[in-house]
Design a protein around this ligand. Structure first.
Ligand code: 0O2
Length: 215
């Protein structure tokens, strides 16, 4: 089967752009509300054609079934400061009316064998095209900054070694996963202190801006 990649990926690209704006908008609303902001930053990407083909091969997904079986062609990532923020973000996503959640995977409570931790939500998102509406699948990954740091490093090492990591690196990654977990635990313990400090800091920044007429 011959795929016209530009045409195939266009709705996914549109969905990623729209969802980035929407998810970043949530962050802005929290900030304006002067409450704790559970979202640190948001990224998004469309899986490149070569990665789609490699994954389809690995997972035995027929090209005709890509749209229904590959859930992460459109991918969004929401980074949080604290593990507790992840559930707040998931709850907030569940209340939204502009997409439907069709699957959830909790790799925070149940980490993967690799040490990977993250919360995955698969959504069905309607994009408006010139010839009508098209519902596409997108995956939103919600994770802490520590989980993201580990996953990003592990992903690039696996890419470099083509999923055949030398024993020593594999062991170091395991220890790093544990260290990232401990970091999240420690930060959770002093969460209230940190939030109060951040609140004071943004309040004083806001006042200075006002005083210097930058507001
Ligand atoms: P890229 O380059 O990140 O876009 P499933 O296993 O199908 O039941 P899951 O885990 O949601 O469910 O699907 P999958 O296909 O295993 O993983 C989807 C994405 O989750 C991956 O995308 C990664 O982004 C992330 N991920 C899953 N497992 C790991 C892991 O062990 N390490 C890291 N670093 N990331 C992981 P891709 O396809 O890797 O592409």
């Amino acid at each position: 089967m011959e795929i016209n990649w530009d045409a195939f990926l266009a709705p996914y690209a549109q969905a990623v752009e729209e969802l980035k704006v929407k998810l970043r908008g949530i962050r802005k609303q929290y900030r304006q509300g002067n409450t704790h902001v559970p979202i640190e930053f948001v990224t998004g990407r469309v899986k490149p054609a070569d990665s789609i083909l490699a994954k389809a091969d690995l997972r035995h997904i027929a090209l005709e079934n890509l749209e229904s079986e590959m859930q992460d062609i459109a991918g969004l990532r929401i980074m949080c400061q604290f593990v507790e923020d992840i559930q707040d973000v998931v709850k907030m996503l569940k209340k939204r009316k502009d997409f439907t959640i069709i699957d959830e995977k909790d790799y925070v409570m149940h980490k993967k064998e690799s040490g990977y931790r993250s919360y995955h939500v698969v959504i069905e998102y309607p994009v408006q095209l010139i010839n009508g509406e098209k519902k596409i699948l997108a995956e939103i990954q919600i994770r802490t900054l520590a989980m993201n740091f580990w996953a990003t490093i592990e992903h690039s090492l696996n890419y470099k070694y083509q999923d055949e990591l030398p024993q020593e690196i594999s062991e170091r990654l395991e220890r790093a996963a544990e260290a990232a977990f401990q970091l999240d635990e420690e930060m959770s313990q002093i969460r209230e202190e940190i939030q109060e400090a951040q609140h004071l800091f943004s309040y004083s920044k806001g006042r200075k801006k006002k005083e210097s007429g930058q507001d």
